[in-house]
Design a protein around this ligand. Structure first.
Ligand code: KG4
Ligand code: ZN
Length: 344
């Protein structure tokens, strides 16, 4: 079954073709970074309009790459939520209209399910069950994943998500949008031990996260450096490094405890912050020591993309799931999903 996947939940238009036999056939992405940069963050109305402009050329591009006509696809999957309502509506409207015109099934996919299942795009894919650390711009969560759609929440953020903390801290350090990757690049040059920042909830018995206090600690530190006239380039670099190191410590510690608590041996890391080099390195080290098998999506599939939506849609469409409702769900909890039986 060949499924066209459409992702338009935020500031990236992602399109891909996934074949249940042959894997990922083609994918294409347009990022709106340049469009939103001058505003310092995503402007929802501009995001929706840009998705409208990009979606048709991207679909044509993907079909061309795969050497297929649209008549040769067997179904369409789109991100139904969570995300920006107007942006989601572009993907939902396009996918539903295309499916109707082709007389093919269509399904709305949960964006976080896409992230969670994205390591299955790799050749060395994990098998169920596993523990998943989902670290995106809006979510920092640990899940116990038994099968497609069977997700038990083990831990959640009580305030800011890790990605959000990266973005806000980057702004404090004067870095341009999108802050997370820019802060990570800066941190590579710094010393993690010059400034000590808190590791919120690291010793708490539960698996919840909290990152807003860390952001405040950075603000206090920056202000102190400014007052003392020593907020120079080296200070920015070392603060970025101290911040990244604090977030990574918390994420690593909670993930390892999550795995140990469930008695499972597999850990999957997904979502934009999963692209972070230091996080990947530290998790690899811990996993090796503790005999945990660890799985990351390829870096390109950590951040938003159409491939994860095509994959998640394919896993549901092959089991007969359909959805012609053409509704979007800007707010939608992953634990509301119903499971499907799969062979993976
Ligand atoms: O999963 P994603 O692409 O979009 C959402 O669904 O939210 O995640 C975006 C988040 C942003 O907060 C971005 O700053 C963060 O992921 N991010 C990173 C890195 N690359 C993206 N954070 C830290 N280090 C990175 N290399
Ligand atoms: Zn995402």
């Amino acid at each position: 079954m060949r499924i066209l996947g459409i992702e338009t939940s935020c500031d990236e238009t992602g399109v891909a073709l996934y074949d249940t036999e042959g894997g990922l056939l083609a994918h294409a992405l347009h990022t709106q970074i340049a469009l939103h940069a001058e505003y310092g963050g995503v402007v929802p109305e501009l995001a929706s309009r840009d998705h409208v402009r990009r979606i048709v050329p991207l679909v044509e591009d993907v079909a061309r790459q795969a050497g297929l006509t649209l008549n040769e696809i067997d179904g369409v999957a789109y991100t139904q939520g969570p995300g920006l309502a107007g942006a989601l509506l572009v993907g939902a409207g396009f996918a539903s209209a295309l499916a109707m015109a082709l007389d093919k099934p269509v399904i709305g996919v949960h964006h976080l399910e896409g992230h969670l299942l994205s390591p299955l795009l790799s050749t060395a894919a994990p098998v169920f069950p596993f523990v998943a650390l989902l670290v995106s711009g809006g979510h920092t969560q640990l899940y116990l994943v038994r099968s497609v759609g069977d997700y038990e929440l083990l831990g959640d953020t009580l305030d800011d998500a890790a990605g959000e903390a990266f973005d806000k801290t980057a702004q404090l350090l004067g870095l341009p949008y999108p802050g997370g990757p820019a802060l990570a690049r800066l941190a590579q040059l710094g010393r993690p031990d010059r400034f000590h920042l808190p590791r919120p909830l690291i010793d708490a018995p539960h698996l919840d996260f909290s990152f807003s206090g860390l952001k405040t600690a950075v603000l206090t530190l920056v202000r102190r450096q400014e007052r003392n006239g020593v907020f120079d380039e080296q200070a920015r670099v070392d603060i970025a490094c101290a911040f990244e190191s604090a977030v990574v410590d918390v994420l690593v510690s909670k993930s390892v405890r999550g795995v140990e608590k469930t008695g499972y041996s597999r850990l999957v890391v997904a979502g934009g912050v999963g692209a972070n080099h230091t996080l990947r390195k530290r998790l690899h080290e811990e996993a090796t020591t503790r005999k945990i098998q660890i799985y990351f999506p390829e870096t390109a599939f950590c951040t938003d993309n159409g491939a994860m939506i095509a994959l998640a849609g394919a896993l549901r469409l092959t089991k007969g799931a359909r959805n012609y409702a053409f509704t979007v769900r800007p707010r939608w909890s992953l634990t509301e999903l119903r499971g499907v039986e799969t062979n993976i």
